[in-house]
Design a protein around this ligand. Structure first.
Ligand SMILES: NC(=O)c1ccc[n+]([C@@H]2O[C@H](COP(=O)([O-])OP(=O)(O)OC[C@H]3O[C@@H](n4cnc5c(N)ncnc54)[C@H](O)[C@@H]3O)[C@@H](O)[C@H]2O)c1
Length: 316
């Protein structure tokens, strides 16, 4: 199939791109390179079935590109990914994440795309759920503009499916970690802790360290995209993509410190607004509908990530 990946130069988008090429698809990656890096596409760029275009998903140019590429499937990962940026500037977040998604849905409809897979956020759209792990039948209750924007994107998928017959799936991801995550961003605690520890800098935990997240390895996320590219795979569904396991940030810190081989001695700072206290995702729907389940456990995933971060630290 011919697959268009938005946000292809990003952490998850580039991993998904590599997986699509490995599965034998032709891939066109688009990205505005606002946070993504071409270096993430160095493997893909060696493949003749890959091409890249620098395009902003909110621009008028997008429709022309999608029309020219005529993809069978669109995988939408381009976004503003930082909850705190969304709180500081909700209009910016909505422009990129809501209007960008609508612009892409409209371009996809006009180009006769068969399937669009959207990247939602299982770690934020449910707010503070009544029970954990949270499944897809629980109400959506955003507590940040970022979460509201991701949930709005899902509603627009529903509009395009019912009105125009565009097949859609929303993958509601947990906290994704792995090689290529930006260690200098505000999001991505594994990359931030790992890099600070490798460079001998202090680490800081916001809150008391009991805050939990559902950490899912990026390779497993790419596998979820691979299982949903066909139009009839989980059409019209949201699939939670996580592990079902809550890991406190304090435990995460200890695990990374042990792998890096440094003292487990974080500083503590006040909690930040918009951050949830506890989350874990029930992923049984993904298993039932597309046979997906996480394959890489936290220890193995953290080892792979630290190994990648240390090769990067060594070369920079
Ligand atoms: N990392 C996580 O834990 C996590 C969790 C849930 C959902 N997600 C979602 O997964 C997707 C990928 O996130 P990531 O962690 O790889 O972040 P990332 O910042 O590495 O990737 C986002 C990519 O989108 C590109 N982009 C941003 N605005 C754009 C625009 N207007 N036009 C074109 N490209 C644009 C960036 O340059 C970047 O390459 C996002 O939709 C994010 O919201 C991530």
């Amino acid at each position: 199939m011919r697959i268009l990946v938005t946000g292809a130069a990003g952490f998850i988008g580039s991993t998904v791109t590599d997986r699509m090429l490995a599965d034998g698809h032709d891939v066109v990656g688009i990205d505005d390179l606002s946070t993504g890096r071409l270096e993430n596409l160095s493997l893909a760029s060696r493949d003749a079935r890959f091409s890249f275009e620098k395009v902003d998903v909110t621009s008028g140019e997008l429709a022309e590109v999608v029309q020219r590429v005529r993809p069978d499937v669109v995988l939408h990962l381009a976004a503003q990914i930082d909850v705190r940026v969304s709180i500081r500037d909700p209009l910016l977040d909505a422009r990129l994440n809501v209007l960008g998604t609508i612009n892409l849905l409209e371009a996809s409809r006009l180009a006769g795309v068969g399937k669009l897979v959207h990247t939602s956020s299982g770690g934020s759209i449910y707010g503070t759920p009544k029970r954990l792990p949270v499944d897809e039948t629980m109400p959506v209750a955003p507590e940040s503009p970022y979460a509201a924007g991701k949930a709005a994107g899902e509603l627009y998928l529903s509009v395009y499916r019912s009105t125009y017959g565009l097949a859609t799936t929303a993958l509601a991801l947990g906290n994704v970690y792995g090689p290529r995550q930006d260690p200098h961003g505000e999001a991505g605690v594994v990359a931030i802790f790992g890099t600070a520890m490798l460079e001998g800098r202090p680490t800081r935990i916001f809150g008391d360290g009991e805050t939990t997240r559902d950490y899912v390895f990026v390779g497993d996320v790419a596998d979820a995209f691979a299982r949903t590219v066909t139009p009839d795979a989980a059409n019209g569904e949201r699939l939670n993509i996580g592990t079902g396991v809550q890991t406190p940030v304090r435990e995460l810190h200890s695990r990374i410190a042990a792998i890096v081989g440094v003292a487990d001695d974080p500083e503590f700072a006040p909690p930040r607004p918009g951050e949830l206290q506890r989350i874990a995702l029930d992923v049984s729907r993904a298993q039932r509908l597309v046979g997906w389940r996480p394959q890489v456990d936290l220890e193995a995933g953290l080892r792979q990530t630290v190994s990648w971060l240390s090769s990067r630290t060594a070369t920079s």
